[in-house]
Design a protein around this ligand. Structure first.
Ligand code: ACO
Length: 333
């Protein structure tokens, strides 16, 4: 058999989608005992987008984001041979959200599967897609990161509900003859010992002992905010520093650090410690909240459309979240 030619990966296009309905901190003030000031100060969030459950959700947001990414790529669904959807809020465990999206965009009979890595969904999926293209098995992959967190939120729980919003980001990745293009460095990690800091229980027996006395709604996200904060600040910094050390690139050689939008304080703490100027580590959490797997892809699309990076630039994707999981990918565009 002929040995595989080494290849690279081209980011052909990106797209994103958010629902039109805005849930402002002032709306939350009317729903629970909280304030715009408390939320903005602790998280940087002012408003987030929320699905209308009668007609929107993970599937529709993910589909719309991929349609836009295909448009931006000048490609059609039939050009894809794989669709990966990073999500933890798929409407159905079977079929995968990716299968339905692939069918809607005309990507049949492309392979399709969901990837569950909570807030790392998009970064994990991009890394996996890059590796599969480099393996020679696939030529064009539609990657989606999407979560409709509003479908898994208890709006009686003020410590969790204020953080989250709904969004999707997508990218189309295509085999390229230049092996130095695409994801030139990646790391994906998990530590399941910390799962109970961020989890969505379906059955009472899944609720850990220490959480059983609290008012819990099955199907809704539970979070130990302080532990997640500690984990995120440490891992975020370590992951970015590892990506720089692993590639030998300096901060000045990176066009943009595209980070999961978890909490503005987490992002700023890491950014200041590493010494990254604010314009290189942009935030949009003030307008969209934390959209879990949707956030990094949404931001990537906004930055690409704003011309913040172009061909030959380096872009670092970083995320951390439930699992617990954390991941990075350094992309040469
Ligand atoms: N409005 C007003 N008061 C509130 C609210 C609210 N929405 N939520 C909690 N409080 C109160 C608490 O009851 C507590 O009151 P008490 O002192 O009388 O007991 C007080 O505010 C302080 O509560 P803490 O939980 O200690 O508040 P903290 O400063 O830690 O902020 C927060 C909470 C914002 C959730 C923080 O822990 C955090 O950002 N954690 C990280 C969570 C995160 O980013 N998750 C993202 C999901 S995972 C991911 O993407 C990686």
């Amino acid at each position: 058999m002929k040995p595989l030619e080494p290849c690279g990966v081209r980011l052909a296009g990106t797209g994103s989608a958010v629902p039109p309905q805005v849930l402002h901190n002032r709306d939350l003030e009317r729903m629970m005992d909280t304030s715009d000031e408390w939320i903005a100060q602790r998280t940087g969030i002012r408003e987030r987008r929320i699905c209308d459950p009668t007609k929107e959700g993970t599937f529709t947001l993910g589909r719309d984001a991929l349609v836009r990414a295909l448009e931006a790529s000048g490609m059609a669904g039939k050009d894809l041979d794989l669709v990966i959807c990073g999500t933890c809020t798929g409407e159905m465990p079977c079929p995968s959200t990716a299968c339905r999206i692939a069918s809607e965009v005309g990507a049949t009979p492309a392979a399709a599967f969901d990837l569950t890595a909570a807030c790392c969904g998009f970064v994990y999926s991009m890394n996996v897609a890059d590796s599969l293209i480099r393996s020679g098995r696939f030529r064009a992959v539609g990657v989606i990161g999407v979560d409709a967190m509003s479908t898994a939120i208890d709006y009686d729980d003020r410590s969790v509900s204020i953080l989250f919003g709904d969004a999707a980001g997508a990218a189309v990745l295509v085999r390229d003859p230049d092996p130095t293009r695409g994801c030139i460095y990646q790391r994906m990690h998990a530590d399941g010992a910390g799962w109970s800091n961020l989890y969505i229980p379906r059955r009472p027996q899944e609720v850990p002992e220490e959480d059983r006395d609290n008012p819990i709604k099955l199907g809704c996200l539970r979070m130990n905010g302080r532990e997640v904060f500690r984990f995120a600040v440490t891992k975020f910094r370590e992951t970015v520093e590892d990506a720089l050390a692993g590639t030998g690139l300096g901060v000045d050689q990176i066009a943009q650090f595209v980070c999961h939008q978890s909490n503005q304080r987490i992002i700023e703490a890491a950014r200041e410690k590493i010494g990254i100027p604010p314009e290189k580590m942009p935030v949009n959490i003030d307008r969209f909240g934390n959209s879990s797997a949707g956030s990094a892809g949404l931001l990537l699309d906004q930055l690409r459309r704003d011309g913040k990076f172009g061909v030959g630039d380096h872009v670092v994707l970083v995320a951390f979240g439930g699992g617990l999981t954390w991941a990075s990918g350094v992309w040469r565009i």
